[in-house]
Design a protein around this ligand. Structure first.
Ligand code: ADP
Length: 338
């Protein structure tokens, strides 16, 4: 449905978006993930027609959008701050996008009630937006974006300003809402948990460039680079040397299936690759973190690396305790040296 080709956006000498290709299929939820300043917002704003690209094209439903005004692009957009109109009530805010798109006045009330129901705010139409909580305001902004039934819904850090608990709840609600509406969504976030939970596919950006596009589980297990692995929150990367399909590390040899990695490399040990055992690689617990249904201990091995190990089912060792690590060489993935 959306196809972005060789898109480059510059601000003076800064290349904010560098030669980016991106596809979003009908009904797909695609998350653009990357650290602050990597060009996510600029990419979204350029698709929306709010920034002018230096090169490349944006095609929606086969139509080249160059020269098409932002409000004529058929896109719904929601920004982090929500930016509701403080002097309008909830219904007035939601109806705004509909009026802009020329919806008949007679249909406004019904549609506003419908979308308020969808975002979990039924009957709140005549509330003053200043009296709503942060989470409720965020939902009103979302209702405003989805009300005109845009072909493509674009959300820029829509949960950015909310506290963790509320964010986690809204992530679940958003996923259900997108599925129910069959929406096509392009969603920008710097939060890996949000991207992994919501996306059908994740586009990872770094310094204006796309470094990997993959489904969440593949991205997690098969990151293209050490940067992607670390950005997703993977902690256990160990220096390696790759030769003839084997990566040699201080934790032993592991298979390497990538043709594009040779010589200096790193091996990612996935969480289920490491467990405490009666014997194996010796080390000492240097820190310990409670994580709800398990405990994560950080182990400094006598051989060098420091690794995080999840301990399930109680009895996790304490700081200072001597432990041994058993390694499953198959739960690993080799990446180029970062
Ligand atoms: P992100 O959304 O990933 O945080 P942005 O797209 O906002 O990143 O920014 C990408 C780069 O472009 C940054 O270096 C930022 O400083 C720069 N940039 C963004 N908008 C402008 C602007 N209007 N003028 C100048 N530089 C900008």
């Amino acid at each position: 449905m959306l196809s972005v080709r060789d898109l480059t956006v510059r601000f003076g000498d800064t290349v904010a978006v560098a030669d980016v290709d991106l596809d979003v299929g009908a009904g797909e939820v695609v998350c653009v993930l990357g650290p602050s300043g990597c060009g996510k917002s600029t990419l979204l704003r350029t698709i929306a027609g709010l920034e002018r690209p230096a090169a490349g094209e944006v095609v929606l439903d086969g139509r080249d959008l160059a020269g098409v005004r932002p409000d004529q692009r058929g896109l719904g957009m929601m920004f982090q701050d929500g930016a509701l109109f403080p002097h309008r009530d909830v219904a007035g805010n939601v109806a705004f996008g509909l009026r802009m798109r020329g919806w008949p006045r007679a249909d406004l009330g019904r549609r506003v009630a419908e979308v308020l129901e969808l975002v979990g705010l039924p009957g709140l139409g005549d509330r003053n937006v200043a009296t709503l909580s942060g989470g409720e305001q965020q939902r009103v902004a979302l209702a405003r974006a989805i009300a005109p039934e845009p072909r493509l819904l674009m959300l820029d850090e829509p949960l950015g300003s909310l506290d963790r608990g509320l964010r986690d709840r809204l992530i679940g609600e958003l996923r259900e809402l997108f599925a129910r509406l069959g929406s096509t969504v392009l969603y920008v976030t710097h939060d890996q948990d949000e991207a992994l939970a919501l996306a059908d596919r994740v586009v990872v950006m770094r310094a204006g460039e796309v470094v990997q596009v993959a489904a969440p589980d593949l991205l997690w297990r098969r990151p293209a680079t050490a940067f992607v692995a670390r950005f997703l929150g993977q902690r256990n990367l160990v220096a390696a040397h790759v030769r003839d399909g084997r990566a040699t590390t201080v934790l032993g040899d592991v298979p390497s299936t990538r043709d594009d990695v040779a010589g200096a490399a790193e091996v990612l040990f996935l969480p289920d690759a490491l467990r405490l055992a009666g014997d194996g690689h010796a080390g000492r617990v240097v820190s310990r973190r409670f994580a709800g249904d398990h405990v994560v201990v950080t182990v400094e091995l006598d051989d060098g690396p420091t690794l995080d190990v999840a301990c399930w089912g109680g009895g996790a060792p304490v700081v200072g305790e001597d432990v041994h690590l058993a390694v499953d060489p198959t739960a690993t993935w080799v990446v180029p040296a970062g």
